[in-house]
Design a protein. Structure first.
Ligand code: NDP
Ligand code: HSE
Length: 435
């Protein structure tokens, strides 16, 4: 039977993964689709670059737009990333009635409302399984597998680079910069790795997850975002002593007055599922009102793992080629006219427990003053630890508070930091107990 002809825009980590996995699993994929799925055209910035896989049988072009416009391409796969040419190529393909598969979470999170609008107008799908959590089929799971639920919350480790760095720092004591360089070498990091370490990539993914979980438009600007750069080896070690692991989490939660969307380093009890997710692995825990808590786990980045998700989309798209748009699964899980904005809570209004680390002078009355401030703000202490000062050094105090609204905690923290015996460089991180 006539093959489905794929035009692949981007031949980097993911693009090469797509070619290799399509070749390796060609027979299985053909049995699933009913016809072969073959990359016939591909584009990269430098088409003469030596790449580890052969490009035999593929027409290589430098101009990505020519693939989007080529009448001999049935489906366009965009894996270059970013906004400029990626967006133009996607819109050009849609305008010509070609389905699109993309892994580009940055583009979808920030400009997805327009892109999905264009896809609806054209009556063809934009599929994006690889945009969140690499190889884990979390989009399909939430959009289709959990369609019978009202989703209450989800929380996940959704950036492989940060999880790799934090794991290396925790388990091997590797310095932050070295672990980041390794993640880049392994092909996990974004073209601009500050997107990873500053939490922006996780915020992009959280935006997509929240949209399909709650039926709201993509709302990237409403995500409160903090990265991992300030997580120190000392915090990792103190958290460990207190019974916690530090992970970069993306959290989306329905609260009484709106929706919380936040990405930040988080202390997680060390016996929780998410605390055991190490290296480049990702995991997402979803709370549905019918199913209860359900967890997903797998490789969150890397060529073949991400190709697994891209190809799942290709199979879906190939099976539906030529079908009536009205009968396609809605891209963002809810019917387009039922997608509704929800109030987004500012981070100051969310409720959480907090971990605090303070360096203090070794003097009588220090603990009394610190605990007095917390008591005055009606914040109780769940755990407290003081490291014995050595050789005339300052002492270190670490504590975990009860749950408190963030702006109330911040007021107490500011008072503690203003005490004359508290040194500069205090640290404060949120704690999630999943209760
Ligand atoms: P890479 O940087 O490895 O590859 C990017 C590719 O795009 C390269 O082949 C590059 O060409 C090509 N390219 C860049 N600009 C142009 C252009 N103007 N015209 C044509 N080709 C161009 O990126 P990744 O494969 O890592 O990521 C691709 C996408 O997948 C991104 O959106 C990323 O966020 C997403 N993603 C990545 C994952 C991963 O693990 N790496 C996982 C999940 C999603 P050349 O080779 O000549 O430089
Ligand atoms: N840079 C991303 C990560 C790639 O580290 O998770 C996968 O989306």
């Amino acid at each position: 039977m006539k093959p489905v002809r794929v035009g692949l825009i981007g031949l980097g980590t993911v693009g090469q993964g797509v070619i290799s996995v399509l070749r390796e699993n060609a027979a299985e994929i053909e049995r699933r689709v009913g016809r072969p799925v073959v990359v016939t055209h591909a584009s990269a910035r430098d088409i003469h670059k030596t790449r580890p896989i052969t490009m035999d049988g593929i027409t290589l072009v430098a101009d990505a737009m020519s693939i989007a416009r080529d009448a001999d391409v049935d489906v366009v796969v965009e894996v270059i990333g970013g906004h400029g040419i990626a967006k133009d190529a996607i819109l050009a393909a849609l305008a010509r009635g070609k389905p699109v598969v993309t892994a580009n979470k940055a583009l979808l999170a920030e400009e997805g409302n327009a892109i999905f609008g264009a896809a609806r107008k054209a009556g063809v799908p934009v599929a994006f399984e690889a945009s969140v959590a690499g190889g884990i089929p979390i989009i399909k799971a939430i959009r289709e597998g959990l369609a019978g639920n009202r989703i209450e919350s989800l929380a996940g480790i959704i950036n492989g680079t940060c999880n790799y760095i934090l794991t290396q720092m925790t388990v091997k004591g590797q310095p932050y910069a070295e672990a980041l360089a390794d993640a880049q070498k392994l092909g996990y990091a974004e073209a601009d790795p500050t997107f990873d370490v500053e939490g922006v990539d996780a915020a992009h993914k959280l935006t997509i997850l929240a949209s399909i979980a709650f039926g709201m438009p993509l709302s990237f600007s409403g995500v409160a975002c903090e990265g991992i750069a300030k997580v120190s080896a000392q915090d990792i070690s103190l958290a460990g002593t207190l019974g916690y692991r530090i992970k970069l989490l993306g959290i989306a939660k329905r609260a009484e007055t709106g929706v919380e969307l936040r990405v930040h380093p988080t202390l997680i009890p060390d016996d929780h599922l998410l605390a055991k997710v190490d290296g480049v692995l990702n995991s997402v825990v979803v709370q549905g009102n019918a199913v209860g808590q359900i967890g997903f786990y797998g490789r969150g980045a890397g060529g073949n793992a991400t190709a697994s998700a891209v190809i799942a989309d290709l199979v879906d798209v190939a099976r539906g080629l030529g079908s009536d748009a009205k009968h396609q699964v809605p891209a963002l899980a809810f019917q387009a006219d039922a997608v509704a904005a929800l109030p987004l809570l500012p981070i100051s209004a969310i409720e959480s427990s907090f971990y605090v680390r303070l360096r203090v002078a070794d003097e009588p009355g220090v603990l009394k003053a610190l605990t007095g401030i917390l008591a005055a703000h009606e914040i109780s202490i769940e755990a407290i630890l003081q490291k014995e000062p050595r050789g005339g050094e300052d002492a270190t105090v670490a504590l975990i508070t009860s749950r408190v609204v963030e702006h109330r905690f911040d007021a107490a923290m500011a008072e503690m930091c203003a005490l004359p015996f508290v040194r500069e460089g205090a640290s404060r991180l949120r704690v999630e107990h999943f209760k």
